[in-house]
Design a protein around this ligand. Structure first.
Ligand code: AMP
Length: 208
């Protein structure tokens, strides 16, 4: 390795040591988006919400948005290759940020593996997965309430909400175990005031 490369790599490792990459995990309606926005400000992290990214594409009626719509409206997951490509584009835009707060990603084991590979290419890793625990009835209640103002088709219909919970349990919950094997998963109570939950998250992220 040349001298310049060695210096760059030392600086790179120093810079990246300070980065925090956190997965905010939990079923739809568990408060991930609300909390991610607060953490973004407090810790200088970039919130990456694949749901928001899809809704942006959908709103602009792009080919990607058109592909995603049929899955989203039914409460199903958008296929991994589409989701992973979109996520990679997003994180490549922030090479110098303080880290990421992943909200709604990864939702499958292949997505988790892809995220690990992406981060390890930059000599980084997922530092913590924090799961918000909320029971099914509370989720349905919250999402139907949100549906009154969110304009989201997938929040307006109880059948679609139940489907999203089912998909979460079958396809997404295993991601918790995947990071638990690496001793990176932790679960906290997701019921309480926004401030209470925020305090719990702040304490956890402060300790990374
Ligand atoms: P969310 O806003 O996170 O509740 O996501 C809304 C919808 O977008 C989901 O029900 C999926 O159809 C789609 N979606 C969001 N994130 C992902 C992901 N990581 N993998 C697959 N589909 C996703």
């Amino acid at each position: 390795m040349g001298f310049i490369k060695i210096i760059k790599s030392i600086l790179g490792i120093r810079m990246k040591k300070g980065r925090k990459n956190v997965i905010l995990f939990g079923p739809p309606g568990s408060g991930k988006g609300t909390q991610a926005k607060q953490l973004e400000k407090k810790f200088g992290l970039i919130q990456v919400s694949t749901g928001d990214l899809f809704r942006y594409e959908l709103g602009n009626n792009t080919p990607l948005g058109q592909k995603a719509r049929s899955y989203m409206d039914k409460g199903q997951l958008v296929p991994d290759e589409i989701t992973i490509g979109m996520l990679k584009n997003k994180i490549d835009q922030y090479p110098d940020c303080g880290g990421f707060i992943f909200d709604g990603f990864p939702r499958t084991i292949p997505q988790a593996e892809a995220l690990d590979n992406l981060l390890s290419d930059g000599e980084e890793q997922v530092d913590q997965l924090i799961s918000l625990k909320v029971d099914d009835d509370e989720i349905v209640r919250r999402l139907l309430e949100r549906g009154k103002t969110s304009g989201r088709a997938d929040d307006a219909n109880e059948e679609v909400i139940r489907k999203r919970i089912e998909v979460y349990k079958a396809e997404t919950a295993p991601v918790y175990a995947y990071y638990d094997k690496k001793s990176l998963s932790v679960e906290i109570e997701g019921i309480g005031s926004i401030e209470e939950i925020n305090d719990r998250l702040n304490a956890l992220i402060d300790s990374i």
